[in-house]
Design a binder for this molecule. Structure first.
Ligand code: ADP
Ligand code: MG
Length: 624
């Protein structure tokens, strides 16, 4: 066959396959056009997931009759203007669109109608069918605002039946469409959004202020109250790159990463950068199969980022990815460290649900079990107490005269045969964030009283976290983790493959203060342990580490899994559940938690304590 130039309508249909792969993609392009036109409000309507009908209307600046006809021409755009040398700068893009492809592509695969009215002008409309149109003509304007544009798309893909066959159900398309609109709405809190599906309202968002408060309100509407109540504000900038947004506390975690959002210059993007950043920043606080919720907004000079990587513009390329990555990880870590031992309010809410009074044969009235989040526990994003308040009672040091539960050789008073009935401390300790320990239940939970409620602490989880933080600090110190030789080396029996794996990593383990060598088949000899943890459960630890090594495979060094190894060690050295603590020891633990970063959750992201306000408790008993 001879080589031929393709006719324009074929070119448009081919391009449509890339740009408009499904109704959600059409909605994205149209809403982006509205935003580029300076809209303050955008209204989207769809039926059958947008396959049968889709319309996007705005109160933007609108188009005149000539522009209407040009807008649907291929590669026609108002968004790229030549500079003084007559050149177009594709690396300096300040609008969402710039390719001039969306409208002609949609026009090639659907019936497209545009109506537009500029400020003080007359409305005009234009209809495209199968890529053909007869120019613009005067029309009536019945838009929701005095000026703006409405674009309607009917029977999307009817001209390309092959593609129609690939469409999932109308339901799936509606979901994707709604997801797209929600993402754009997240990116632009300052714009109001309406979405109607099948004639029913699916989203009503009024415009918010373009600051952190407005952003949080918008995120609350889209990601839920829980997120808003448990999100840490992020605000930082370096070398012209600005990062703002909100990051959820680690205790508010999900089973997948679908609640993590990244926006670059107001553009929702899916970038692998984000998942790496999140993993690095949260690794100390979350098990690897749990994922935090967050929404981050990067703003940087247009030259610093290339958005022209893919026709749908959902991928970006940073000129200096290391700078962006570093900035994001730093900001997240800083925010998480600042959160101290704050655990999310959802924990208390969940606890309240579980604390339901015994079944009284009567269904409780709806709303009787109001969550803590609704009871004034709901934070504004700032921790309930600030770090400055904590500095008042020093860092990590237990009160004088009290045992330090995270210290080497820590023994309970009972271990030492001492009386343990002295109640510490004075009344004003009630104002401390974690209050005064009153009792230990089941040898596992510490109950403490605060000025306005009570706190329940999981002593094992809390202690594990304290030990972990201490180990990490020691590991980072110049001389690293000190070793303490055992007077009598301990033999640990393991499975053969386990002992082999451990011995294979003995050099790495030595850096952690753990000295082991082979001891016949299926056993190792432990000669030294980390000086910080003289009372390790060695058998449990060796097993954990062998598992860890198996999981890591060959590729990774143990040192690169610092968090995992230290976590295993902390876990195997902690005050076990079932160990009786004296009141002083409980209080020492509480004070240390207050002074230790990240102590609101154990190394696996489980909470270390739950707080119930008096108001919550009163609710439980129907007193308020
Ligand atoms: P692009 O957005 O890449 O420029 P489109 O095909 O999406 O390409 O749109 C072509 C042109 O039509 C835009 O550059 C803009 O001038 C105009 N246009 C499209 N939608 C609107 C709208 N809602 N309001 C005002 N002008 C619009
Ligand atoms: Mg566009």
């Amino acid at each position: 066959m001879p080589i031929r130039l393709l006719p324009p309508d074929a070119i448009n249909r081919i391009a449509a396959g890339e740009v408009i792969e499904r109704p959600a993609a059409a909605a994205k392009e149209l809403v982006e056009n509205s935003l580029d036109a300076g809209a303050r409000n955008v209204r989207v309507r769809a039926s059958e997931g947008g396959l049968a009908y889709l319309s996007v209307e705005d109160d933007g600046h609108g188009m005149g009759p000539e522009d209407l006809a040009l807008a649907i021409e291929r590669h026609a755009t108002s968004k790229l203007a030549p500079d003084s040398d007559g050149r177009l700068d594709l690396l300096n893009i300040h609008t969402l669109g710039f390719r001039g492809e969306a409208l002609p592509s949609i026009g090639a695969v659907a019936r497209l109608r545009l109506v537009s009215r500029m400020v003080g002008g007359l409305a005009h409309s234009l209809t495209v069918e199968a890529g053909q149109h007869a120019g613009s003509s005067p029309a009536a304007w019945d838009g929701f605002a005095a000026h703006g544009t409405r674009v309607e798309v009917e029977a999307l893909f009817s001209a390309t039946p092959a593609r129609l066959k690939f469409m999932k159900s109308a339901r799936a398309e509606a979901l994707a469409l709604s997801e797209t609109v929600r993402r754009l709405a997240m990116a632009r809190a300052d714009v109001g959004f309406h979405l109607d599906l099948e004639g029913k309202s699916a989203l009503r968002l009024s415009a918010e202020t373009p600051d952190a408060t407005g952003r949080l309100r918008r995120l609350e509407a889209l990601m839920g109250r829980e997120f808003a109540a448990n999100a840490l504000p992020i605000e930082t900038s370096r070398e012209g790159v600005e990062l703002v947004g909100f990051a959820g506390l680690p205790t508010l975690n999900r089973g997948n990463a679908s609640h993590q959002f990244l926006f670059v210059n107001g553009r929702p993007v899916r970038d692998r950068l984000l998942s790496g950043v999140v993993r690095a920043a949260y690794q100390d606080f979350l098990a690897s199969d749990r994922h935090p919720m967050l929404a981050l907004f990067l703003n940087l000079e247009a030259e610093q980022v290339d958005v022209n990587v893919h026709p749908a513009k959902t991928e970006v390329r940073f000129r200096d990815p290391a700078l962006v990555r570093g900035l994001m990880i730093g900001a997240l870590r800083h925010a998480l460290a600042g959160a101290g031992h704050r655990a999310s309010t959802t924990i208390a809410t969940a606890a309240l649900g579980a604390l339901r009074a015994p079944d009284t044969d009567r269904p409780s009235p709806p709303g009787a079990m109001v969550g803590a989040a609704q009871l004034g526990l709901m934070g504004t994003g700032a921790p309930p107490w600030s770090n400055t308040a904590l500095s008042g009672f020093g860092r990590a040091a237990p009160p004088p005269g009290f045992a330090d539960p995270a210290a080497p050789g820590f023994q309970t008073l009972a271990d030492r045969g001492l009386p343990s009935d002295q109640a510490y401390p004075a009344e004003d300790a009630l104002d401390l964030p974690l209050g005064v320990a009153r009792a230990q239940l089941h040898g596992t939970y510490i109950v403490s009283q605060t000025r306005h409620g009570m706190v329940l602490v999981d002593q094992h989880a809390a202690h594990e976290r304290l030990v972990y933080e201490r180990m990490k600090a020691a590991f980072d110190a110049p001389d690293g983790l000190a070793r303490q030789p055992l007077l009598v080396p301990e033999v640990v029996e393991l499975a053969e493959d386990e002992s082999e794996r451990l011995i294979g990593c003995s050099e790495d383990l030595a850096a952690f203060g753990l000295e082991i060598e082979g001891f016949g088949r299926g056993a190792v000899l432990v000669r030294a342990v980390p000086a910080l943890l003289p009372r390790l459960d060695l058998k449990g630890l060796c097993r954990d580490l062998a598992d860890e090594i198996a999981e890591l495979g060959q590729g990774l060094k143990l040192k690169e899994r610092l968090d995992a190894v230290l976590g295993d060690m902390a876990c195997r050295s902690s005050v076990r559940a079932g160990r009786v603590l004296a009141v002083q020891e409980m209080n020492a633990l509480l004070r240390q938690m207050e002074a230790t970063p990240h102590s609101g959750q154990c190394n696996h992201g489980r909470p270390t304590y739950v707080e119930l306000k008096l108001t919550d408790i009163e609710r439980l008993f129907g007193r308020s």
